[in-house]
Design a protein around this ligand. Sequence first.
Ligand code: ATP
Ligand code: MG
Length: 412
Amino acid sequence: MADKTKTRSPQDLPSLSRRELVARLTEAEETLRAVRSGEVDAIVVKGQGGEKVFTLQGADHTYRVFVERMNEGAAVLSSDHTVLHCNGRFARFLGRGLQSVIGSSMLDLVWPEDHPELDALLRRAAQRRCRGEIRLQSRKGAPLPVHLSLNPLRLDSARAVCLIASDLSEMKRAERALRASGEQFRNLAAHLLSVREEERARISREVHDELGQSLTAVKMDLAWLAGRLARGNGQMLKRIRSTVQLADSIIQSIRRISTELRPAVLDLGLAAAVEWQVQEFQARSGVPCKVRLLIREVVTSNASTAMFRIFQETLTNVARHAKATRVEVVLQKQPDRLVLLIHDNGRGFDQADPALSNSLGLLGMRERAAILGGQVNISSAAGKGTTVTAWIPLPSREESGAIPAEIPKIPA
Ligand SMILES: Nc1ncnc2c1ncn2[C@@H]1O[C@H](COP(=O)(O)OP(=O)(O)OP(=O)(O)O)[C@@H](O)[C@H]1O
Ligand SMILES: [Mg+2]
């Protein structure tokens, strides 16, 4: 702090001119302003006995100004939680005057629902420093969320607690806005995914039915033509046969494209679709895959479509990244949810790798489950294989929010 000094010589006053008096008065006012604002630590006054230094309570004063000026609320509580001192900011947090806060019980200043939290904090603060969040009961109306930092203190020989409160209302507002925009994005993602699924199902049906049927009709016409050709017309017959073969291979492609868009087997239920996908995976990757289907009835719903897409992405990842020699799959229907577990004995990966922050495959899996109130958990470590556990609540029941107590175990 600046160590300004000001001088006074009262015995000189009678001989001063008017202009000098005004100058002295201006200087005195400036000194007073500086004292009030804390710019001055000491004043030197010239008197008969020489110069005299008046310190303004030394460090105490500095701290008082500091505490008054900080953006945080500060208070000292007695052991029975009465406010002994507080700064103006703390009183302003409460929408009260300083005098009405000093002498109040801290419990009366806190939102009633937060009394248990405050109680616990104050008990802890008697022993050691601690932190927490509570809402102050502001006279302005709405409760004011604050972060509290508490420290045990000794005032002379009495126990006390020193408290610093930081206003969290701006942060809470930002949190709420972020949550709302996150929710909007999730709704948008849910909408886009469901539109995409519907679109895929429609295109798959049209490709299969319309193109497939038309090509079958072309084949029949070709067969009719071949039957009516004169016997000696070998060249023409050969060309017709090769066109029939071409039509057959186009029909095969149509089936494959239609199935990739949306396997029709999904209409027979998730278990059938999982089994079909496992066969495809084994045929393409050559990695043996053991399946346990602990599911009796046919499950067809958004949950089963989402689970199937998660399963497809997981198997694609195994084929692309794992270098596994064995894969095990368990599908289970619990009373209120579907649970799918996929384990590979491949090289695993480090989930904390910053490069994964942009991994859309894993994000898409998590998002698909989250949209329906479920979750995807991945446990993996380099060299230790990977286990993906996904669960999705079934639509008929209320979502319980907890991870199922009984997740099927992969046999060792
Ligand atoms: N079963 C697994 N075994 C080993 N590594 C895996 C496995 N699954 C995922 N990974 C690692 O996690 C990364 C992210 O997977 P993710 O599916 O998000 O992306 P991707 O497969 O690389 O690309 P895409 O967006 O096309 O799916 C992979 O690049 C791979 O390094
Ligand atoms: Mg992937």
